[in-house]
Design a protein around this ligand. Structure first.
Ligand code: SF4
Length: 895
């Protein structure tokens, strides 16, 4: 329903419930605002947006005033203008005047409106106040209270959108000011340095500590692109001065609701870092020396030819990259499959979510997040298991907090008392590796108490009886004992999950990285299907993919058993389809080797040649001593990367590639959304696009691709990949599209399995719990579990170049409970020795009560004191995912 009103003598009709400000915007009438933001509840506190409404005695704040039928409004009457001038003069009476040197000059609303409203700020007397000092303690930005106009926008963004509430107003009247808990050294501060407060500050009160000094008018362009860190795929603008990215701001039209996290916002200085690779390097007499592109590429191509001729295609292998674009990955797998004739092509998705792909493909027919990020805040129940979401997918974590504020019930299961546990209706601190027991226990309880959705099960699924039979002799009490959780808590979790009309399960590596990873995913699928939660809006089973393009790298064929679009390599029809599309013959019908099997092959000599694009197994893979031996035994290693990584140091040839800010292409985020990556700056030295390097190798091997640019690669991807059939650069220019998007007129798919499962019918799989492969014993009495942290990404190739992040967390550490630390006489910050059956490291001890007595935790990001020197490379037999999450260790004091 609409209402009709008149503004500045113009008639307008607008949807009922809209504000006067909305109506002004619709008429393109510019209204000044300090405290307003479309994403926040209106506060009207700055009073800059006042308007005069006929019949109303006082001026009204247009941001909070609802437009009513028949209103007659003036937005720039004499009275309104005087009121706005009064507001500005009052602000200046209390404001530091240093526009000449302020970093925000040119990008400051106070400055802009003062000019527009003829305010003579220079003559105002500025008084020093008690709170007059600049808070410089945050690693990434400063807060100057004397430039603060107290609009409260930073506080509201932190509370309403980020869900952190790290700052607030303190004091009263003239003394009122924003509190100062920006200091990361203050233990009580909950600030996560996301910088979302900085993004909305209308003046220079909150200022970034820029890596390069610049004035706002020196920004030449703002290029919209997709974040290169986690799988949320936040949309951002790269602010470019000359050939340098000097600032990152959130852009509109993304799933991230104009929010960013600390990495996306501030960790971009690596783009311009002096250590970027600029020339190809060839190892000559043991030393890496610079070479021309021709020499390096000729050498790579001739090695490929020779080894293929001598030992056959399967003596070669390639790792594509969850960090590179879809286009890069597509060309990489095409080189290995189409030209070298081997399916030995895989990437680090093997190590993070291969059990998801296997488990969900078997149960639902599609191994991806079923629902969308935007649906989270409308779920009635969130079941979060094995994901530390606020650290690993920070913007999704914020949306979860928003859902909780809106009344969603929350179940959290994790061996560590993660941040979201503080908001939970039920928190289950389960033993690492007991997920299947926990889910089976809940399922058993739901079956016993008939809390399942019989109609849904009968109409949409098969084999529920097999699960019933399997769980007949497994009770929730049995589960509670195995998981070491309170049985009443587990029952409560089961009732909450089964009771929600819309209940979404969110999980990550805590579920997948086990020797029973595929079964673990299947057990989750069983639980969701029995409660009718798949194929429904705001529900579903949602694996949160870790790296920026891990979803896309899988989609476009970066896996050893499937072509792009998950078409099996063992299927004759697929072989024929790709032979025709690529104009080649003799594609292999044999599944290729997975990452761990390639490592074993290098170890035993059956793999002689390995080509790694943008991955760093020398830090990321389990049992690093074995990985190192494998690399040492390889005949020829090619590494294509942007920095000299730990893996590159082992290479025979290093090819300098370009980073996300320098290339065109697409990433596919965790919600299956294919989004554009755009070039903002030129690459350093002679570094080249990944796909162009591969293209040149293909040319040397006698094959010419038909594409000239990344857009044309996407057109080829769309031709051979059913889920991407309707995707092209024109269609994803603004918002991206979620696959499946099979045809050019298809709108994309918000949530999967709406009209039935992708495989026709959902299949239940009975799943038995079994212990992790290595348990604590007398010699190794503690269980080590590993994971990610907020402040670093993957193996720190990029985040390790950022001083701010390194100052917050710069070294490897191990979390130990206070009881265990006391028992072993270990102090916080002390360097200790940690060993497993596979290796030994020295790291800092971090004593924390978020972990229980016989469990220890380490982030895997660090090369020095690497957690993966200790981890167990035992594999899940179906997906080949290693059991990163559980191994037995012992701890020793060094002195
Ligand atoms: Fe980038 Fe993920 Fe942070 Fe978004 S949440 S800014 S995608 S790292």
């Amino acid at each position: 329903m609409n209402v009709k009103l008149q503004i500045n003598n113009q008639n307008i009709e607008i949807e009922k419930g809209s504000t006067v400000l909305d109506a002004c915007k619709k008429l393109n009438i510019s209204i000044p605002t300090f405290c307003h933001d479309d994403r926040l509840k209106a506060s009207g506190s700055c009073r800059m947006c006042v308007v005069e409404i006929e019949g109303m005695r006082n001026l009204a704040t247009s941001c909070s005033e609802i437009a009513k039928e028949g209103m007659v409004i003036q937005t720039h009457s004499k009275r309104v203008m005087e009121s706005r001038k009064d507001v500005l003069e009052l602000l200046w009476a209390d404001h530091k005047n240093e526009c000449l040197t302020c970093e925000a000059a040119g990008d400051c609303k106070l400055q802009e409106y003062s000019y527009e409203y003829d305010i003579d700020a220079v003559n105002k007397v500025y008084e020093e106040k008690l709170i007059n000092h600049i808070d410089d303690s945050n690693k990434f930005y400063t807060f100057d209270p004397d430039k603060c106009i107290k609009c409260g926008k930073c506080i509201r963004v932190c509370e309403e959108l980020q869900g952190v509430s790290a700052i607030s107003f303190v004091g009263r009247g003239a003394d009122m000011h924003v509190s100062h808990p920006f200091d990361m050294e203050m233990e009580l501060s909950t600030c996560v340095s996301c910088g979302n407060c900085v993004n909305v500050c209308p003046t220079g009160a909150l200022q970034e500590k820029s890596y390069t000094k610049f004035r706002s008018w020196e920004i030449d362009k703002k290029i919209k692109t997709t974040c290169t860190y986690c799988g949320v795929g936040c949309q951002m603008d790269l602010n470019v001065k000359g050939n340098e990215v000097v600032k990152i701001t959130p852009s509109k039209d993304g799933s991230n609701n104009e929010l960013l996290c600390v990495k996306g916002k501030f960790a971009y200085n690596y783009i311009n870092h002096k250590d970027r690779l600029k020339m190809p390097l060839i190892r000559k007499e043991g030393i890496l020396v610079e070479s021309s592109w021709d020499e390096a590429l000729d050498l790579v191509a001739s090695k490929m030819k020779n080894i293929k001729n001598e030992s056959g295609s399967d003596a070669l292998a390639g790792f594509c990259s969850a960090r590179c674009t879809n286009e890069d990955n597509y060309v990489m797998q095409k080189l290995f499959r189409g030209i070298l004739k081997t399916n030995n092509i895989d990437h680090c998705a093997r190590l993070w979510h291969s059990s998801t792909v296997a488990g969900l493909a078997a149960t639902f027919g599609s191994g991806a997040m079923t629902n969308s990020i935007g649906e989270i805040e409308n779920s009635e129940v969130l079941f979060i298991t094995g994901t530390n979401t606020t650290e690993n997918h920070p913007i999704i974590g914020s949306f979860m907090k928003k859902a909780i504020k809106k009344g969603a019930k929350l179940i959290v299961a994790d061996p560590r008392r993660i941040e979201l546990a503080e908001y939970a209706d039920v928190y289950l601190q389960l033993r690492p590796g007991t997920n299947i027991a926990m889910i089976n226990g809940m399922a058993s309880y739901i079956i016993k108490n008939k809390l399942y959705d019989e109609k849904y099960i009968n109409e949409k699924t098969e084999n529920f009886d097999l699960v019933k039979e399997e769980l007949k002799n497994f009770s929730i009490e049995d589960a509670a004992i195995i998981c070491d959780v309170d049985v009443e808590d587990l029952k409560k979790a089961a009732r909450i999950y089964a009771g929600g009309k819309t209940a979404g399960i969110y999980y990550a590596m805590g579920v997948t990285q086990h020797s029973t990873g595929t079964d673990s995913v299947k057990s989750i699928a069983n639980l969701a299907m029995m409660c009718g939660n798949v194929g429904v809006e705001n529900g579903g089973v949602n694996p949160l993919r870790g790296q920026n393009n891990v979803q896309g790298a899988c989609d476009v064929g970066g896996l050893p058993n499937v072509y792009p679009g998950y078409q099996k390599v063992t299927d004759l029809k697929s072989k024929e389809k790709f032979e025709k599309a690529w104009n080649v013959e003799g594609l292999s019908l044999k599944d290729g080797l997975t990452v761990p099997k390639v490592m074993d092959g290098a170890h035993d000599g059956s793999i002689r040649f390995l080509y790694i694009m943008g991955e760093n197994p020398m830090v990321s893979d389990p049992d690093l001593n074995h990985v190192e031996e494998s690399f040492n035994n390889l005949e020829f290693l090619v590494v294509q990367d942007i920095f000299l990584t730990e893996t590159a140091l082992k290479a025979d040839v290093i090819l300098p590639a370009i980073c996300f800010a320098e290339k065109e292409g697409t990433f596919t985020n965790t919600e299956r959304r294919v989004q554009r990556v755009r070039k903002a700056v030129n690459a350093p030295g002679e570094a080249k696009e990944d796909w162009k390097i591969l293209n040149e190798i293909m040319l040397r091997l006698g094959y010419k691709n038909s594409f000239e640019n990344s857009k044309e690669i996407m057109d080829e991807i769309a031709l051979v990949t059913p889920q991407y059939g309707g995707i092209n650069y024109e269609r994803i220019e603004k918002n991206g599209l979620q696959w499946p998007c099979p045809t050019i007129d298809h709108p994309g798919t918000k949530y999967l399995h709406k009209d039935g499962f992708a495989k026709g019918i959902g299949t239940f799989f009975p799943v038995k719990y079994s212990d992790p492969k290595e348990l604590e014993d007398e010699e190794y009495p503690l269980i080590l579990t590993t994971g990610r942290i907020l402040y670093h990404y993957h193996t720190r190739t990029m985040t390790g170049k950022n001083d701010g992040l390194n100052e917050i967390v710069g070294e490897s550490y191990i979390e130990i409970s206070p009881e265990k630390a006391k028992e072993l006489n270990i102090s916080d910050g002390e360097t200790i020795r940690v060993s497993s059956r596979r290796g030994e490291i020295e790291v800092l001890a971090k004593i924390t009560d978020i972990i229980s007595k016989n469990i220890v935790f380490m982030p895997f990001h660090f090369a020095k004191g690497a957690a993966n020197r200790l981890t167990n490379a035992v594999l899940d037999p179906v997906s080949n995912i290693p059991e990163f999450k559980v191994c037995a260790v012992k701890i020793k004091k060094i002195k």
